[in-house]
Design a protein around this ligand. Sequence first.
Ligand code: ZN
Ligand code: ZN
Ligand code: ZN
Ligand code: ZN
Length: 249
Amino acid sequence: MNKEMDNINEEIKHEITFHLLEESCFNKEWIVRFNKQKRVNPLICLICKQIANDALKLECYQHKHINKSQIAGGHCLNQFLKSNNGYCPVQAHANCEYSENEPLRNQINNLTVMCIRQFEQELRVSNKTEKEEGEAIGVIKCDFKGKIKELKTHLDNECPLKVMDCWFKPFGCNCTCHKKEKKKKKKKDETNQLKLENEKLKKDIQSKDNEIHKLNNQIIELLYLANRMQQNYWKPKILQLDQNCEKAA
Ligand SMILES: [Zn+2]
Ligand SMILES: [Zn+2]
Ligand SMILES: [Zn+2]
Ligand SMILES: [Zn+2]
């Protein structure tokens, strides 16, 4: 069962990453997270049924007026034509005609999306049906929300889910670590260092306190002694004075 799940996860991961890398169409489930189905429907690639990437509009005269999507992703259409001897995907005829459609491409590029890696991660977590556990162990999250055209820069430069080579790679480690995990680890190390220093300072202060306490006690003792000595010095003299007074009276 677990193995099966793992396989499914791997498939999903592969599929999404693959799609993005190959510039295939955009995952519809991902797009509809932030876009109404109604808005998204006219942007669907007629070949893969996902959201058309590098959208092309078919313009064959054979089916100019049919009420059916005539939009395809650039990659999908190329693949389709290649494997179907150039036959049109709308109706089986040769000499398929199509053109780039700038307004359509703009519309798609301006769709608001979440980070594809975050989407992928959420799919994996919900597939495991251990959402709470996943959240409890503090998985890294990417809160990117932006336009499709901004996504590449995000993924390349600022996405915390970007998998990077481990710092210890030069020493033979083959693992991949998340950018943020590295930062987190550094932060943790720094925090631990601070904690240690803080502990040491506390101990220093404690021992200084003890010293001050001891010194205070010594001063009090000395004052007490001084007082006693003063009394011892004056007592006989006062007695003497008293006696003198009595004699004179
Ligand atoms: Zn497609
Ligand atoms: Zn056609
Ligand atoms: Zn991201
Ligand atoms: Zn490593």
